[in-house]
Design a protein around this ligand. Structure first.
Ligand SMILES: Cc1cc2nc3c(=O)[nH]c(=O)nc-3n(C[C@H](O)[C@H](O)[C@H](O)COP(=O)(O)O)c2cc1C
Length: 170
């Protein structure tokens, strides 16, 4: 059975719930997936395929998830990898959200050219204004991000389902 690691970064927990949904869908498709918070202690040798994701903060992934992808790329010998970003830029402007994600993935592939990326996607996240530091709350007043849970669970499940054949060990 194909063993899949779904490694995620999170600050406030919304990406953890997305990682759980992805695991659920992959397991329903016959894979053996498990989620773990991205860290240097994950052993890529225990897995045949990877899904790695992070929320965007200041247009970048959390460093734990970015480092995890970059470091693992050196040890996974072309095993398939799917990447996802979570953010709220796309709530008001889907093209801008997609562009922010693509920009980050482009930078990641420059530092980790060995990643065998079979799919990548960006999904809207959960925006809680009180999580902003005070100086960002002032900036946010001028172009307010819509508050609340913007996660599109059917899109997340559909993407995870589409990964099953791409991640399945040959
Ligand atoms: C301080 C701060 C900065 C953020 N920066 C971005 C950003 O640059 N782009 C984006 O799309 N979303 C941004 N977001 C939205 C988060 O990515 C979103 O809330 C996400 O769901 C948080 O995931 P988590 O709960 O797993 O930490 C930001 C949120 C906060 C609080």
């Amino acid at each position: 059975m194909t063993r899949v690691l779904v490694a995620y970064g999170t600050r406030f927990g919304s990406t953890r719930e997305i990682a759980s949904a992805i695991v659920h869908e992959l397991n329903s498709g016959g894979l053996d997936a498990q989620a773990a918070e991205a860290s240097g202690s994950l052993n890529p040798d225990n897995y045949d395929a990877f899904v790695i994701g992070s929320p965007l903060y200041g247009s970048k992934w959390l460093s734990t998830a970015g480092m995890c992808a970059a470091v693992m790329s050196e040890h996974i010998e072309g095993k398939p990898v799917a990447l996802f970003s979570i953010g709220t830029t796309g709530v008001a402007d889907p093209e801008a959200g997609e562009a922010e994600h693509k920009e980050f993935i482009g930078g990641l592939t420059e530092v980790a050219p060995k990643l065998n990326i079979v799919s990548d996607a960006v999904f809207n996240g959960y925006f809680e204004r009180s999580n902003l530091p005070w100086y960002l709350r002032i900036i946010d007043r001028f172009a307010p991000t819509p508050q609340g849970d913007h996660r599109d669970w059917s899109a997340i499940h559909a993407w995870a389902k589409s990964l099953v054949p791409k991640l399945t060990a040959k």
